[in-house]
Design a binder for this molecule. Structure first.
Ligand code: HEM
Length: 209
């Protein structure tokens, strides 16, 4: 009897326990932002940072296209970024971090394993849905120049190898997108199905966002 009760109690406690999130995770369904109304394909890294991507459904591999990126990070994350070519060096890097009540974007590039410097090959529009609240910061941008570099274009119909990096130490001067910052304490790669990130009506939705 006691064994049965113990087993019952155990089963009840397992049922009552909150589901433990297993990271990293790629979302099966799109994740839509309440404020911007944009819907993204999402990858959540083991660091707890979500990297969300949306591209026009009309994108082709023969011409550059804009990419909407949303980075949602717990407050403990000082900076987080994406390497569009799947490695730290020789491709556009998009970094974000919390700045007061919002978040800012920093466009970077490096040819090696040293602090990436400003990159003018990509330009960004920061959406008003970017924010910092008591638990998280969120950077929502549209990048022109992240889909193409060194003469190659990310194939919007295939899987792309993307990389992420983040640090729990914030940049030296958070209000300045050219600020110095230190090395990551989380980094990795994932395979992003670019066709899963396609969003119908992209340009109109971005305009409205
Ligand atoms: C002060 C800035 C940075 C420094 C000093 C730095 C340094 C390094 C070093 C020394 C490595 C190789 C050793 C290791 O595996 O830890 C590395 C690897 C890596 N870093 Fe950085 N890093 C910086 C910023 C960034 C940024 C901003 C990104 C992406 C947004 C990034 C992405 C990566 C990735 C994906 C790797 C894995 C190997 C590779 O792709 O080359 N790093 N970094």
């Amino acid at each position: 009897m006691r064994t049965q009760l113990t087993a019952l109690a155990l089963a009840a406690s397992v049922l009552a326990a909150p589901a433990t999130e297993i990271l990293p995770r790629v979302s099966d369904a799109k994740v839509c932002d309440d404020v911007s109304k944009l819907c993204y394909s999402e990858y959540v890294a083991f660091s707890g940072v979500s990297y969300r991507i949306a591209i026009p459904d009309t994108a082709t591999a023969t011409a550059p296209y804009d990419i909407a990126l949303s980075i949602v990070a717990p407050k403990a994350i000082g900076w987080a970024g994406i390497a569009w070519g799947g490695a730290m060096a020789n491709n556009p890097l998009t970094l974000g971090w919390s700045n007061a009540a919002t978040a800012i974007v920093s466009s970077r590039f490096t040819t090696g394993h040293t602090m990436p410097t400003a990159y003018t090959g990509a330009s960004y529009t920061t959406l008003p849905s970017s924010k910092t609240n008591t638990t998280h910061w969120q950077l929502d941008v549209v990048c022109t120049g992240c889909s193409t570099w060194s003469g190659k274009t990310l194939d919007p119909g295939a899987a792309a190898s993307l990389a992420f990096a983040s640090s729990t130490t914030a940049p030296a001067d958070p209000s300045n997108n050219a600020s110095r910052f230190g090395i990551h304490n989380a980094k990795g790669k994932w395979s992003q199905d670019m066709s899963a990130a396609k969003l119908a009506g992209f340009a109109t939705l971005v305009q409205a966002a």
